[in-house]
Design a protein around this ligand. Structure first.
Ligand SMILES: [Zn+2]
Length: 129
């Protein structure tokens, strides 16, 4: 999951901090992390705190066991969330609380951190009032 561009992001997630990359030149916030700004082409960036909130854009419920490590979790719901930090920021994560039947496009959600048994930390989402 972690690579050259996303390693710092995963390190922050392990500390239970949700961050986004911001271009040092034009200040455009971007996700997922990447080496170059897709707006102005600059290669320098900084990490800024994310709001940790967004709205459900789409979701899928997985019933099939595709990975043995997830066998005990099916069915589980994976959300695609449009972050409140900007118009074009999409982040995946599992539904941490609630039922998929209660989901609707635009539903407000907030990020929660899940420390997995293998030492990784994941971003999940739960509905917010
Ligand atoms: Zn830029």
């Amino acid at each position: 999951m972690s690579d050259r561009d996303s390693a710092a992001w995963w390190d922050a997630v392990r500390r239970h901090e949700l961050t986004l990359q911001r271009c040092a030149a034009c200040r455009e916030v971007r996700f997922p992390p990447r080496a170059m700004c897709n707006r102005c082409g600059a290669e320098s960036a900084e990490w800024v705190p994310a709001l940790g909130t967004g709205r459900v854009y789409s979701w899928v419920v997985t019933h099939q066991v595709f990975a043995p490590a997830l066998a005990g979790r099916v069915p589980y719901t994976t959300l695609l969330v449009r972050l409140d930090d900007g118009p074009d920021l999409l982040m995946y994560g599992n539904l941490a609380e609630g039922a998929p039947a209660d989901l609707r496009p635009g539903l407000p959600v907030e990020a929660v951190f899940e420390d997995a048994e293998d030492g990784t930390t994941l971003i999940n989402w739960r509905p917010r009032p």
